[in-house]
Design a protein around this ligand. Structure first.
Ligand SMILES: NC(=O)c1ccc[n+]([C@@H]2O[C@H](COP(=O)([O-])OP(=O)(O)OC[C@H]3O[C@@H](n4cnc5c(N)ncnc54)[C@H](OP(=O)(O)O)[C@@H]3O)[C@@H](O)[C@H]2O)c1
Length: 185
């Protein structure tokens, strides 16, 4: 993760003194947890359980570490927001309804994004009335992680996300999609 002054943070590590110093004594209006990893989609017999632990570390424990470390800064802002960049593939409702049947998304990614969504809900419950907590599906992006046929350049999604950060909506939790209506958890 990079902040303005260019701090690099591996989200699997405890939040470091450099990052804490960069925000010390300053309100933080928005924490966007974008870092994410998946794994190659494999049938059960070939799934490496460690790939699940790694994905949960980055996609779930990472945002938890950042939220813990930056909570005082968030609470000092007038209308703070935590955005956890999630995926529609983490929707338990959509997956159980078979909406993505036929895709070869890894166990690691589906499990980690569903767990990240629960983190968003848990944070929203504890921080109700103080910090809004949203899961955000960015769209199908033309990035290293993107699926074949993805069409949204990451810059376009980033611009939509920046506009979302200005939203006065007080709903929390929310599962927002940047390319359509809100999603089912
Ligand atoms: N691509 C899509 O279609 C899509 C769809 C739905 C949701 N998403 C979500 O959108 C987010 C961004 O994905 P992307 O498509 O941009 O994927 P990406 O191109 O693979 O980028 C992943 C980003 O996560 C960072 N990262 C990975 N492990 C990290 C760690 N341990 N500590 C700090 N940073 C780490 C990477 O940093 P380095 O470059 O330094 O490794 C990179 O900036 C992810 O949360 C992903 O799940 C993507």
């Amino acid at each position: 993760m990079r902040t303005g002054p260019g701090v690099i943070q591996d989200v699997r590590d405890p939040v470091g003194p450099e990052l804490l110093a960069a925000v010390a004594g300053r309100p933080v209006d928005a924490l966007v947890n974008n870092a994410g990893v998946g794994a190659p989609g494999r049938p059960l017999a070939e799934v490496d359980p460690d790939s699940v632990l790694h994905a949960v570390d980055v996609n779930v424990a990472g945002p938890l570490r950042l939220a813990q470390a930056l909570l005082p800064n968030l609470l000092a802002a007038p209308a703070p927001l935590i955005v956890n960049v999630s995926s529609r593939l983490g929707s338990l409702g959509a997956q159980a309804a078979g909406e993505f049947r036929g895709r070869t998304t890894s166990y690691a990614y589906r499990i980690a994004k569903a767990a990240q969504n629960m983190l968003t809900i848990a944070l929203a419950q504890e921080l109700a009335g103080r910090v809004r907590c949203w899961a955000v599906h960015p769209g199908s992006l033309t990035t290293a992680m993107g699926a074949a046929g993805a069409s949204t350049p990451p810059g376009a999604a980033a611009a939509r996300l920046v506009r979302l950060l200005d939203s006065p909506d007080r709903t929390s939790p929310r599962f927002v999609s940047l390319d359509g209506p809100d999603l089912p958890w």
